[in-house]
Design a protein around this ligand. Structure first.
Ligand code: ARG
Length: 554
């Protein structure tokens, strides 16, 4: 079913002949506002207010809203009629998408996210990429797009020279079995601290690059062990990928990519290196060093070419921390020179997670916080909260709830931030049962579900009627779910969805405080139960789109 904003947009667009630019209105004046009139008036050199008046006379929306009004410099405000809202709620209640239309023109969207480096533990910095990318993928899929997820793992580079000597000469098999990535990390650091082994490391790297069988086998083993460890984390987080091609996949393509860039005159020699220069920018993108080595950016250009040829995407989204901004600006600028047409390339970057001291989050001993340990602690802390709240539940149920609440709290804390800013990590805040937190929304879902346990099955097919202002307000918010999701994809910011859900829970509370449900007489009872049902369904769906599980009791 089309959403209310689609219905109104279409009506305005028919009259205006240009995009309506529909937004949420200031609630004092209405529910929706069309902002598109001004641009048209300007282009036609007309008075915007007069044009708005004229559009209103042409609009055929009497069944949907009160007579529209002109506001400000030429906006049109719409206030929905309760009957129309009720009718839309009826339909949304019968729709397994809760009234969210699927994209009329589905796009192909490649999402490059998580992308940790092998032989290193995934640290808390990777958490934002993993959680954000996964949520964007889920929302894209739900909105009907063809989403292709690719974990671009760092599985190639000079560190393998050191890892290979470490592996050959200093490996501790017991440690490797117990904690593979821990042992690989130890080996790397151990060799890195030994300057007299540098040359040997270089020699091992060269052998690997030339396809030496033993070194290749070690390299494969290191990747395999790392991927198995990453998979554990992904399983805990409920995250999966369509592809995990990794940087090494593109190695065979790099010489041809560089040759092509050089032949087209895009890459030129500078101090022996091959570089792509950009007007007005001092730092070039280096695609091949003087010693012949290829770089991170070379691989990204090869990756881009592969993705374009393989999937013909409309958009490619890269989710990494903000420090890679220059890198992606350069890669995108190079791609625009290289290809006749490029997809919409977006770097979805994010800030750092800070400790209470305002500095990037570290352990007490100054180490990077490991993602696995962070998730363990989240579950432990959630277990304490859950056990205290509901001591009578069996231990196994406590564990299960703690898992959903702990992991959900970490994800929600991250996704509810505007991703471009840094945020301070706080266990107390993220696990609070009140406020804009994961546990609060999971609990809101449990509360709505408990109404159904008490009410039993709904009695009939009574149409929805909306009388009390609190129920009308809740109903209108329910009808904005698809707008919230569209906004997330437009900005690559899931915090629009967390805000929407938090507001949904708040509006539900106001409704529930003011409007008796189970005690009401029919047809009000069934009508209000329908609002409860939609609220629960949207909470569940919305949390699922954030990668967060709901629970039935808490
Ligand atoms: N492995 C890189 C890192 O940990 C992130 C890769 C992001 N994706 C890309 N196509 N460059 O920083």
């Amino acid at each position: 079913m089309p959403s209310v904003s689609q219905i109104l947009s279409a009506a305005v667009e028919r009259a205006l002949g240009a995009p309506a630019l529909l937004r949420a209105a200031d609630p004092k004046f209405g529910d929706y506002q069309a902002n598109g009139i001004m641009a048209v008036a300007k282009a036609r050199k007309e008075n915007p207010r007069a044009l708005a008046e004229q559009i209103i006379r042409q609009l055929d929306v009497a069944n949907l809203c009160e007579p529209p009004t002109v506001a400000g410099a030429g906006f049109i405000n719409f206030k929905l009629k309760p009957d129309f809202v009720a009718q839309q709620i009826d339909q949304a209640g019968r729709d397994d998408r809760h009234g969210v239309p699927a994209a009329a023109q589905p796009k192909t969207i490649v999402i490059d996210f998580s992308s940790p480096n092998v032989a290193k533990p995934m640290h808390v910095g990777h958490i934002r990429s993993t959680i954000l990318g996964d949520s964007l993928a889920r929302i894209g899929i739900f909105l009907g797009h063809r989403v292709i997820t690719d974990n671009h793992i760092g599985d190639w580079g000079t560190q393998f020279g050191m890892l290979i000597i470490g592996w050959k000469q200093f490996r501790n098999d017991a440690a490797l079995a117990a904690d593979p990535i821990g042992e690989l990390e130890r080996l790397y650091k151990f060799i890195n601290d030994k300057p007299d082994l540098r040359d040997e490391a270089k020699a091992e790297l060269v052998k690997l690059q030339q396809g030496d069988a033993e070194n290749l086998a070690i390299w494969h083993k290191i990747i395999e062990l790392s991927l198995l460890e990453f998979a554990k984390t992904y399983r805990r987080l409920g995250v999966s990928f369509d592809h995990t091609l990794g940087e090494s996949f593109y190695n065979p393509q790099l010489p041809a990519v560089v040759a092509d860039l050089r032949q087209r005159g895009l890459a030129v020699e500078s101090d022996g290196a091959l570089c792509i220069f950009f007007p007005g920018q001092e730092t070039p993108l280096i695609v091949q060093k003087a010693d012949g080595a290829f770089l991170y950016g070379t691989t990204d250009l090869a990756t881009l070419k592969y993705r374009i040829e393989q999937w013909q995407p409309d958009e490619i989204v890269y989710v990494t921390d903000a420090r890679q901004q220059l890198h992606f600006q350069q890669v995108f600028a190079a791609a625009k020179k290289w290809f006749p047409a490029t997809p919409d390339l977006r770097h979805v970057y994010f800030g750092s997670i800070l400790g209470a001291d305002g500095k990037p989050l570290k352990t007490r001993s100054g180490q990077n916080v490991k993602l696995g340990e962070l998730l363990d602690e989240a579950e432990e802390r959630a277990l304490a909260v859950v056990t205290e709240k509901n001591p009578e539940l069996p231990a196994e149920v406590h564990r299960q709830i703690a898992r959903a609440v702990g992991i959900g709290a970490v994800k929600y804390a991250d996704l509810s931030q505007n991703r471009t800013t840094d945020y301070v990590f706080s266990w107390d805040k993220m696990l609070a049962m009140n406020g804009n937190t994961g546990p609060y929304l999971q609990y809101a879902y449990v509360r709505v579900q408990s109404i159904f346990r008490k009410a039993g099955a709904a009695t009939g097919n009574t149409p929805v009627t909306l009388v009390h202002p609190a129920e009308l307000d809740l109903a209108k918010h329910i009808l904005r779910f698809s707008d919230a999701l569209e906004t997330v994809l437009a900005d690559d910011k899931p915090n629009w969805l967390t805000s929407y859900l938090y507001e949904l829970a708040s509006k539900f509370s106001a409704f529930y405080d003011n409007c008796p449900v189970i005690q009401s007489a029919e047809p009000t009872r069934t009508s209000r139960l329908a609002l409860c049902r939609l609220t629960a369904d949207i909470l569940k769906r919305g949390l699922n789109l954030l990668g967060i599980d709901v629970i039935e009791q808490m």
